[in-house]
Design a protein around this ligand. Structure first.
Ligand code: NAD
Length: 363
């Protein structure tokens, strides 16, 4: 395992836990970044990482992003994330998911888990047989279950706000949007955009998911996933994995706006500046993809769908504030959003100590 404390992605993380279960083959990491605002919430990702160092880096970066996401969304959560090293299509077994549930439980409520790439609602249900510390499964909640549609809704609203800011009208009719990744969020986003009259181009590394989006929403398929980044379009929407925006890809981007659901879209912090210098309006990922965690928060409160959606509808306002501040200060929106979120946590931290989660429910 590569270094932890001296890792470039280590940003004062509170706890990094490793779990190996020889019986099920589970190899997993849970990273808790900060609990100043509440228990560390963030989904569990399963991915065939090329190396353990990549998995650790992902957990460290994603958990910090979760701290910032909840802070800007006004949620009483800190930031955490779990990663399972493995191929979800080959290595995911019921026993492995139960073992992951035990791992989450062992942290005593400091970390709340949920869905992420490679881990769906049914998988979280299996984990919930071993731990109460899961989100998105509140029984009887009006909008209980999969938070992905709400994430897509928040991204869609933010995209429209960015379009309005850049082009003077937020009408999506006829605008070209190129979606990378047609999974849980990308598919729903394609549906919202298609319903709004946008011309949606979409790709995925799984051909069957492209075909599904074509059948359901009449999107225009981009068969070679490598072509989507440079697709001529007004908006590029990264909805696959992270680090897609780097020196090379930014140089080839044709879009005027980047607005998507994927976490950690920027390969390095300098890539936010690169986008800014190219005049591409970047909508910070953790700001605009907060719909899912907002949904989970309201499920836990048992609030109505209308109340949850009203909370999500605040995402574009926060985005426009960040964009205006970035323009006034001639700094990238990415940098401004990081700073705003860190300020919220810092101010709260000066006021009080981290909190542990109360027992919410039994699985
Ligand atoms: P998902 O796994 O269902 O979908 C991701 C899709 O991207 C998959 O279909 C995968 O095949 C595809 N993909 C992977 N590499 C690709 C590539 N190079 N080119 C094209 N397609 C590629 O995951 P999801 O739940 O839809 O989440 C998508 C992203 O949004 C992730 O980064 C996730 O962390 C983030 N996110 C999701 C939620 C949520 O509510 N699900 C909330 C916030 C952020």
């Amino acid at each position: 395992m590569s270094s932890v404390f001296s890792n470039e992605a280590f940003k004062d993380h509170e706890l990094v836990a490793f779990r190996h279960d020889r019986e099920t083959g589970l190899n997993a990491i849970i990273a808790i970044h900060d609990r100043t605002l509440g228990p560390a919430a963030g989904g569990c990702r399963m991915h065939p990482y090329a190396s353990e160092a990549d998995a650790l880096r992902d957990a460290l970066r994603l958990s910090q992003g979760m701290t910032r996401k909840s802070a800007l969304a006004g949620l009483p959560f800190g930031g955490g994330k779990a990663v399972i090293i493995g191929d979800p299509r080959r290595d995911k077994t019921r026993r492995l998911l139960e073992s992951m549930g035990d791992f989450v439980e062992s942290l005593g409520g400091r970390y709340l888990t949920g869905e992420d790439s490679g881990i769906g609602l049914d998988d979280v249900r299996v984990m919930a047989t071993r731990t109460a510390h899961v989100g998105g499964l509140q029984p009887g909640a009006e909008h209980g279950g999969d938070p992905s549609p709400t994430t897509a809704y928040g991204v869609y609203l933010a995209m429209r706000a960015a379009v309005g800011h850049r082009f003077g009208s937020d009408a999506m009719g006829g605008l070209r949007v190129a979606i990378q990744g047609l999974g849980q969020v990308g598919l729903h986003l394609a549906g919202l955009l298609a319903a709004d009259g946008a011309r949606v181009y979409g790709t995925d590394v799984r051909a069957n998911l492209i075909a599904r989006a074509v059948t359901r929403f009449g999107i225009t398929p981009v068969v070679d996933p490598a072509e989507i980044l440079a697709k001529p379009a007004e908006v590029f929407a990264p909805c696959a994995l992270g680090a897609v925006l780097d020196r090379q890809s930014i140089a080839g981007l044709k879009a005027a706006i980047v607005a998507g659901a994927a976490n950690n879209q920027l390969a390095t912090p300098g890539d936010g500046d690169r986008l800014h210098q190219r005049g591409i309006l970047y909508c910070p990922d953790f700001l605009i993809n907060a719909g899912g965690i907002i949904d989970i928060h309201h499920q836990r409160l048992g609030s109505s769908k209308a109340r949850m959606r009203a909370h999500v509808q605040r995402i574009p306002d926060t985005l426009l504030k960040v964009i205006r501040r970035s323009e006034a200060a001639q700094r990238s929106p990415a940098e401004v959003a990081d700073e705003e979120a860190d300020d919220i946590v810092h101010c709260a931290w000066r006021g009080r100590a981290p909190v542990d989660v109360p027992q919410l429910r039994t699985a």
